[in-house]
Design a protein around this ligand. Structure first.
Ligand SMILES: [Mn+2]
Length: 595
């Protein structure tokens, strides 16, 4: 089809060319005419030759197509293979050419591990990955006599090829005199691959480098924090790196961190991660940023403080409020400041606890950009289907030990009641003793000096559902999104019905942001209609909207500017309105400070 289309185009060009030449030639003298006719003949002859060639090509092409059909039934079968798992994230951008059997195998492995084991098994252990470092990193010179490094790899049911690739990259990319040992911490894996076949690989390496790989095996699943602690306890190097096992390290990854910790043993360091896609296993470069958290203590990326940006050199270390999880520390200093909180369960919060503790108790946290580690972001984690359960509990533990008067913010962040939240946070007496012993600073110092981007919520008076005393089964709700009209709705107490009242008179509906640089949505009286409105608070302030409310628990909710009230009226059913005050009363669910 494609060939015959090309042929048609070619013929048209030749025809027009020949005709134009002919028309042109008639105005010439006869003798000259002859010469031109000769040229036309030549042109036509060439045209004929071209035609022949095109015919030959077309035939050849047809033969080729037939050949494909006849001689490679397999290939044709693949082209029409249907996607067996059209909804699986694994096959969104990968796996088009797989047979049905291969698709099933790949999908089963993906379900088991959360990343593409089928592909990993087919890639070389020492595969090349792009060097994502700032160009200045390659030119840096480091001292020869750096501290030695113990690398701890934590895993639970990791795929064998992924674990082997992590080990391979560490051995290949660390100067032998600096790499003291690699400690594999198995948090009670059950997959068979990690038994015999892994042992064989370890033997092979230890034959070349006696004692390099050590193993710590848990007899029951102890969770991420315990696994990290047991790996650290087993280590003997000057510096310990506690890593996930689904990683590959970049060139010269160890020297920048070792040099930094040699300069200052009280610095806990995180590398910069790059993302390895769980499906294609391709590397995506991540920007260098600080690590931090919101008031629910979920980790997130954060900008550095302005000083770091003034240097305009992305290869220099930057101070960070917290770490995401992977860490490097002076082995002994890590013990002196209390390692990790062993009362943490399963997953989450332990990294934030470490960050806050190190800052408050005599150390600091840094990101070292020339140390980069490629890390697979799994589609699902092996520990628990819903991590928020342990995350919430661990976060409350951090709040109780470290956050002083700001601990209520963690409850607000999780929309929990101030009293009787009903969660067992375990015994925190040892951690409180540690805080005493190390004479750590108050949490306010951390907010003021280390993480000023976090909104301290100091003036937050109340939060939770907002109900009118006339009808307590209905709650104020942010209404349709996108949209800017709050409504009354049957109480369900999820985020759309979370309201917040601040001492300055702002009233938010539909959630509160943890950071000063983010904006909430404020209740506004536009002054002329009865319909209440929700607008971005920063914009409302700039535009001078009526966004401040006088409110006392159990009393009216009155706009300071218009002197009108938020009330409810009944036509068939209750509606949320702003009108002349008739003395209706409101209650907000949880009161932080009496108001
Ligand atoms: Mn990980």
């Amino acid at each position: 089809m494609k060939v015959s289309y090309n042929k048609t185009v070619c013929l048209m060009v030749l025809f027009i060319g020949a005709a134009a030449l002919y028309m042109y030639s008639v105005s010439f003298e006869q003798n000259e005419m002859k010469a031109f006719l000769g040229e036309i003949q030549l042109l036509l002859k060439q045209n004929k030759e071209l035609m022949n060639e095109l015919n030959i090509r077309q035939e050849h092409s047809a033969k080729e197509q037939n050949k494909e059909v006849k001689e490679d039934p397999n290939m044709q079968a693949k082209k029409i293979t249907k996607k067996l798992f059209p909804n699986s994230p694994l096959f969104k951008e990968w796996g088009d050419e797989l047979s049905e059997e291969e698709q099933t195998e790949a999908e089963n492995l993906f379900q088991q591990y959360g990343y593409n084991v089928f592909l990993s098994d087919r890639l070389p252990l020492n595969r090349d990955i792009p060097d994502t470092r700032d160009p200045r990193c390659a030119n840096k010179k480091y001292p020869e006599d750096l501290p030695t490094l113990s690398v701890v790899l934590i895993y639970l049911n990791e795929a064998l090829s992924i674990l082997k690739r992590a080990i391979r990259s560490i051995i290949d990319k660390t100067p032998p005199h600096l790499l003291k040992e690699i400690i594999l911490v198995d948090d009670y894996s059950t997959n068979e691959d990690l038994q015999g076949k892994l042992e064989d690989y370890i033997k092979l390496i230890n034959k070349q480098r006696p004692g390099l790989i050590k193993q710590v095996k848990h007899a029951e699943q102890m969770g991420l924090t315990q696994a990290r602690i047991s790996g650290w306890k087993a280590s003997t190097g000057d510096v310990v790196a506690i890593l996930d096992a689904h990683i590959e390290v970049q060139a010269e990854w160890a020297q920048p961190v070792l040099a930094r910790i040699k300069e200052d043993r009280t610095v806990i360091v995180s590398p910069v991660f790059d993302r390895v896609n769980f499906d294609t296993l391709k590397l995506v470069k991540y920007a260098t940023a600080a690590h931090a958290f919101d008031w629910a203590l979920w980790c997130m990326y954060e900008s550095f403080l302005p000083e770091w940006y003034k240097e305009t050199d992305e290869s220099i270390p930057g101070k960070s409020p917290s770490i995401m999880g992977i860490l490097f520390a002076d082995r002994l200093f890590f013990g002196e400041i209390g390692a990790l909180d062993d009362g943490m369960k399963i997953y989450g919060g332990e990294n934030v606890e470490l960050g806050i503790r190190v800052w408050l108790c005599g150390g600091s946290v840094e990101i070292v950009p020339c140390t980069r580690i490629a890390h697979i972001e799994r589609a699902h984690k092996p520990y628990l289907p819903d991590l928020s359960v342990t995350m919430k509990r661990n976060a409350l533990r951090v709040a109780e030990v470290w956050m002083d008067e700001y601990k209520t913010n963690v409850l607000v962040g999780w929309s929990l009641p101030l009293k009787d939240h009903g969660l067992d946070i375990g015994d925190i007496s040892e951690r409180k003793k540690l805080r005493e012993k190390l004479q750590c600073k108050p949490f306010k110092w951390y907010l003021d000096n280390v993480y000023p981007q976090l909104d301290s919520w100091e003036d937050l008076l109340a939060y939770g559902a907002l109900k009118n005393t006339l009808e307590e089964g209905l709650c104020v709700d942010q209404g349709a999104v996108p949209g800017s009209v709050p409504i009354l709705y049957g109480c369900h107490y999820y985020t759309p019905q979370n309201t917040y009242y601040r001492r300055n008179g702002e009233l938010y509906i539909g959630g509160i942001k943890s950071h000063k640089y983010n904006s909430n949505r404020c209740l506004v009286d536009n002054g002329n209609s009865n319909t209440p409105a929700l607008h971005d608070c920063k914009t409302s302030k700039e535009k001078g909207f009526n966004m401040l409310w006088d409110f006392k628990q159990g009393q009216e909710l009155k706009n300071r500017g218009t002197k009108r009230c938020l009330e409810i009226t009944k036509h068939d059913y209750y509606h949320l309105v702003i009108q002349e005050c008739t003395g209706q009363a409101w209650n907000m669910q949880h009161v932080i400070h009496e108001f």
